[in-house]
Write a protein that binds this ligand. Sequence first.
Ligand code: 5GP
Ligand code: MG
Length: 484
Amino acid sequence: MALKKERLYYKAVRRAMVAVNSTATLKEKLAVIIRGTARTLKAGVALIFLDSSRKKLIHSSSRGLPQFYLHKGVLDADKSLSEVLTGQPVIIPEVSKDSRIQFPDLAAKAGIISIMGIPVILGGQAVGSLRVYTREYNEFSHQDINFATAMANLAALALSLNPSPEWGKEAAPAKSAASVETTPLRKARSVTFAHPSEEEFTRILDFYNIEWTYEPRSFPLQWQDDRITEMFTPDFYLPGLDLYIELTTLKQSLVTEKNRKLRHLRELYPEVKVTLLYKKDYDHLLAKYGCGPLADMRAHGISRVLYSATEIDERVRALAKQISKDYTDRRPIMVGVQRGFLCFMADLIRRITIPIDLDFMAISYYGGENESVVKITKDMDLNVAGRHVLMVEDIVDTGITLNYLLNHLRAKGPASLAVCTLLDRRVRRILDVPLDYIGFEVPDEFVVGYGLDYREEYRNLPFIGIPTIIKKPQKKSGVKKNKA
Ligand code: 5GP
Ligand code: MG
């Protein structure tokens, strides 16, 4: 009997080895490992990984576990089973009697009795875990542990063999500490999206180095007796920001229902941060990068002046006065991000009455297919460590760019880091970034002038205005519209 079991282990390991050494994708390799482990041990199996802060454990892929269990939530690494912290296997024969189980009710509902956690070790450090869940009491034998360890090691090998998106490209000049590092979580993610817009959204998140997980957790909203009758599963969770995002690219009729659920969620779980992104916001977001349904628009003149040159001047003077006061004896480095900041920065520094240093940065923007990660095309020249840094922005919209830049600068160890933006379009914010000085809070309309462009035009206007956006004339197609 024991021999038969060993043969099964051997077969599963051998199959996994063949897969790992093949040209299959990482996703396929990990699927073979998980499937082999699940079949051989007659158990549910999941691969979970630490996020880059090493605080949260996030589900990557699995087999034989119910959806509600997978969506139970993000696990706190310090409170969960200890295998990722100690690098040692952990066995929990009786889940119901163990305090380390963070979602005991859901484990009970899934019929899970015993769990084994095997660390996935990469470069001498545990980066995640291969967890085995059985519906029968199981103390897990030495052979079980050895087998699961072999499979976890093969998962680590697969991760190390499959190149990250960064590799193979030309080495970027002077890689900074904040440059994109592909965490195992990011690499091993295997997701099937419900909607193509969700996939496009993850490309933007990946581009700006924002860690995410898809449909991470279901929040019960209504109960009947002990039964959950209504749930809400946000599309994304961004562990670094502890933020859930719901993408609403649906019809208006469905949006109303979603809004109701979201209100309910906020009442029941006030500590949970959720951002709802409407179709309109999402299309604007894509259009900014030249993709999506609004990408074919053209600006044709200015329809309305939002802030006149005089109004801007007054506001800039006020900001300069405040900055001069706040930074007395601190000699800030003012950093502009190319190119929209130009007029604002030029006027601002001429009104500032204290000594300052000046520096600039430039980054590449998300543009669909070409690059998979944001690149700093011009980094700061001055040494930031121990200095007071004040970022100068033209406009903060979703906050995605600023979030990236702040993370980048924070890693350089400044004494302080603050942000001064001429315009703040708060209604479109996705990521909550702290702003210290704000010129104007602008409405939900695209603006140009005073440095800001529409496809590189209108930067040189002395005022800020709203362009007349028109749809590009469509090329005549052969099909005539039904002209009755
Ligand atoms: P975020 O990453 O906050 O969504 O976008 C910030 C950048 O998008 C700004 O620095 C700016 O380049 C661009 N942007 C956002 N909104 C506008 C706008 O209304 N007009 C112009 N010209 N650029 C904008
Ligand atoms: Mg900018």
